[in-house]
Structure formats: C-alpha cells, structure tokens
Write a protein that binds this ligand. Structure first.
Ligand code: ZN
Length: 391
C-alpha cells in the first residue's frame, strides 16, 4: 500500500500541467500585449482582438481545477508564477504574416505539450501518436514530430521555407508591426506607476521597499516610464536609484521581432537541458579547460574530428553531443574539427561545430577564442564556417 501511494505521488501530473498552462499564458501575454483575465481567455477569441490564432492559446479542454490569479497558475499543490510581459502586442498586417505567427504559436503550444508529457511521465514520447490528435500547422500539414532517444524535434512540415527573416519584411509590414507593438499602458496605470516611483524616495524604508517590489511585479511596462523619469531627474542620487531600478527592466526586442524565428523547436530528454546551450557549454568548457591549459603551439595538428580525439584529456562524454543518439565511447566524436592545423588559425576562426540533427534548424559553432554561437542551419554563417571546418 505504501509503495503504491508513493508511486501515485511521484506521478502527480499537476506540476507538469501547470507548467504547460503557464507557457500558454506567457504566449497569450506576448502576443496580445495583455495578461488573460481568466483561463477561458486562452481559448475564447475576444471581439476586439486585432490578431487571434485559430485555436487560441490552449489545445483541448482547460485542465480541471486549474486557477489563474495574482499572476500565478495553480493546479492541486502546484503553483507557477508567470511574468506579466511587456504589453506590446504582435499585430501581423498580412495573411502570410498571420499564418507565420499562428504557426509559431502552435509550435510553442506543441513544445509545451511535449514537455508536459516528459515531465509527467519522466520520459520522452516514443512517437507522435502518444501526443494525441495530430498537430496541424496553419498551412494544413501535420507538424513533424521526430522522437529520438535524447530529444524530440518539432517543426512545421516545410520549416525552412516557412521562416521569415526581418530583412524580408516590407516597409509597410514593418511599420504595422511596430505600431502594433506600442505598449498598451492605460493612463490610470501610468499614474499608478508614477505614484509608486514617488514613493521610492520616501523616508520610510518599508514604504520604499514595498513600492519597489510592486514596480518589479508590474513588469516590463514600468521600464519606459522609469526611463522618462531618469531623463528629467536632476538629483544625481535619485538618478542613481532610478537607474538601479531600470536595470530590473532591461530593454528587450519586441515580440514581433523575437518571434521571427524558425518554426521548429527541440525538447531535450533532460528537464534542465537547454538543447543548444548544453552542446555549446560542453564544447567550450572542454576546449577552455584542456586546450588553454596546454602551452601553445602544442595543440595537436590533426584536423576534423580527429583533432578532438587527439586532445589529451578529452573524455568520451565531452566528445558526443548531448542530443545525439550516439553513445559516448572511446574513439568516438560527433563534432566537426578544424580543416587545418589549429596552431596556425586565428582566434576568431571556427574550430569546431555540432550539426547533430537534434539541433533541428540550428548548428552550434565553437571559435578558437572559446566563444560559442548558435546559427541557423544552412545560413550564411554556417556556410562560412564550413570553409574552415572538416568532419
Ligand atoms: Zn550538439
């Protein structure tokens, strides 16, 4: 009995579902420029919405017993805070852009569903059928769901052709997107924020602390109003305090720009893994710790993956991409290496790359300086790097 209860407890699906719901609320906020008032808002098209993706921001019935209040999603004992966003909406002006952004939304809902599956069952789905009804992209084709051992790759059927880069937008499109992204902060909210800013200079510490906490809770919409205040403030000490507060609200690219990303994503088997970041970390820490400890020009002169295998002290687990289905083993390296002797290449030259399929539409490139970048697969920087690299 005790064992059964423990098993039930361990498989509590609530935290996983709460996390998925939190993702939906984040997406809703990012796209509409406002927090949902109720969870029903995620699925109900508002009358005045300038843009609404077909199917909304949640697929299927809302989870029973879930609540959304005071910036927190709660299901059972699970509770997750969701950032209030920056109040700038994505308002695509053309059908092509509406379809593209709808695809980005659905992709991220699908990713959240796969993560929910992984976290609730503590394993990745074996195939797409485990995720229920097919997920269809806005162009009418099912999403590709590639279930591998260490990750699940998700993409629209023709993700490379579907992606839109900022350079491809027309002047009119750009103008419309920028107009739609203007933060919607009401005059009442503006007033409230200004009043809180005044309280930052109260003699009473508790009053200052409370005002500061409240401003941080209100989120990014506070940023521009603090910036206005800094511009007009004369007292250097007050300015200093305002600047420290402003640092809580770093300027970020508007959602319409940040979302001009490929219609593809990767879910890693490990909850804490960042699919592209981890491979890069692996790579750069190995390079830094091993190679920088060596006295140059003593690097192995081997090229391609043989270079990495020849590096003294490189462990097999450091030589295989964490998303790869290849098992780490002596003499195996999944990374590309330099095309010529590393001892005579420049600091900025690429010396390693991971193009494992697990990274989907991206590749991870390591430079001799130890810097790691993630670039679109087959993009100009990937192609340029290939000139200096060898498998
Ligand atoms: Zn990799």
């Amino acid at each position: 009995m005790g064992v059964l209860l423990l098993a039930l407890f361990l498989q509590d699906p609530d935290p996983a579902t709460a996390a998925r719901l939190a993702r939906s609320i984040e997406l809703f906020t990012r796209y509409t420029g406002a927090c949902p008032r109720t969870l029903e808002d995620l699925v109900r098209r508002p009358d005045d919405a300038p843009f609404w993706p077909e199917g909304g921001f949640w697929r299927g019935a809302l989870p029973k017993g879930a609540t959304w209040k005071d910036g927190k999603v709660r299901i059972g004992n699970a509770s997750i805070a969701v950032s209030p966003g920056d109040r700038s909406a994505v308002v695509p002006p053309t059908d092509a852009l509406r379809q593209f952004y709808a695809a980005r939304i659905r992709l991220q809902l699908l990713r959240a569903a796969v993560e929910e599956f992984r976290d609730a069952k503590e394993r990745l789905p074996k195939d797409a059928s485990e995720l229920g009804d097919p997920w269809i992209d806005p162009w009418g084709k099912p999403f590709r769901i590639d279930c591998r051992k260490k990750c699940v790759r998700l993409s629209a059927a023709d993700s490379a052709a579907r992606s839109i880069s900022p350079e491809r937008l027309t002047e009119d499109e750009l103008r419309a997107l920028e107009e739609g992204a203007k933060p919607r902060v009401s005059e009442a909210e503006r007033k409230a924020i200004r009043a809180l800013l005044d309280k930052l200079f109260d003699d009473d510490y508790d009053v200052r602390k409370e005002a500061c906490d409240e401003l941080v809770r209100l989120g990014p919409m506070v940023g521009p109003i603090v910036a206005e205040r800094i511009a007009t403030e004369k007292d250097p000490e007050v300015q200093g305090r305002l600047r420290r507060l402003a640092a809580e609200f770093p300027e970020r690219p508007p959602a319409w720009k940040a979302e001009l990303a490929p219609v593809s994503a990767v879910v890693a088997a490990s909850r804490s893994a960042d699919p592209d970041g981890d491979c890069g970390k692996n790579f750069s820490s190995m390079w830094r710790s091993i190679a920088w400890g060596m006295k140059g020009p003593a690097f192995p002169s081997e090229t391609g993956s043989a270079f990495w295998l020849a590096l003294p002290g490189a462990e097999p687990t450091n030589l295989v991409c964490p998303l790869s289905d290849t098992e780490p083993k002596k003499g195996i390296c999944t990374y590309w290496g330099p095309a010529s002797d590393v001892n005579s290449t420049g600091d900025g030259d690429p010396i390693g790359m991971c193009d494992d399929e697990g990274h989907g539409d991206f590749v991870v490139i390591l430079r001799k300086s130890g810097d790691v970048d993630v670039h679109p697969r087959n993009g100009p920087l990937h192609k340029k790097a290939l000139e200096k690299l060898k498998r």
